[in-house]
Design a protein. Sequence first.
Length: 331
Amino acid sequence: MRARSWIAAALVAAGLSGAAPPAALAQTAPGYPNRPIRVVVPFAAGGPTDLVARTIGPKMSATLNNQPVVVENRPGAGGATGVDVVAKAAPDGYTIGFGSAGALAISPGLPGRVMPYDPLRDLAPITLGVLVPEPVVVPAGQPFRTMQEFIAAARAQPGRLNYGHTGPGSMPHLAGELIKLAAGIDLVGVAYRGGAPLTTALLAGEVQAGLADLPVLLPHIRSGALRALAVGTRERLPWLPDVPTMAEVGLPGVDTNNWHGMIAPARVPEPILDAIHHAAATALRDPEVTRSLYDQGAIPGGNSRAEFAAFLRSEIEKWGEVIRRAGLRAE
């Protein structure tokens, strides 16, 4: 299947059907912008979110009166530091940013974690940037050939098997907890400081399984060093056509996708929000951008403001329920 058609199908399957074609949208904020726009990325340079921002920034600039779209990295607190910068910025459309599932939908629901912002009150959702699958993988030296075999072993040995994730409250952590709840198994979570250290641990056989963003794991899956057991998307992935979905292995409804979305401060005037959305959606539909993101293992977004707002609310509810059922607290 062609990449572009599959991406469209994947977004529909994820409930992210997309906005009307950007070309049909008129410029609704005459005079905006008249100076550079800052895009706050709440992670270090070179990471997945940073790459998305730097990929679409120049394309957005072309739609926004050719004003520069400048990326500013503000890492810290799992993305919350940078998101807070956006939440507290002047609501004039000259500071926007990217937020991750962790900073926007998971961390706010963790008991014991004091958040400096409320994502539904202090931020204006603009559009989904990318959807990033989170496959379950095991080192090639592990005996498990299928997800069913791994689940059976975990049921036979409660609390003896482990899985690595990218830190407390991260999407891989919560995805692992969701799998545990759905499968009725007891796994020990082992935290690492990001996808790279987790991948190193998996390759060294320090953990028996793990979850992380597909772009981090894909080269090692392709090399045979890691074995993918299942993916949390509703359909199989074109990068991993032989790897079954969670529904196919008996875990329907288990969605383990990470995502990054564009946000602005609350109270930015509607015409300016529409102009930013138009620029972002146009950029995300650009063939060059689509191919670049797809090659990294990410599914480009570009849905409407209303759709992204509804998606954010549903993600907050979903992961809040997982947090409650799993009895998790901030560490």
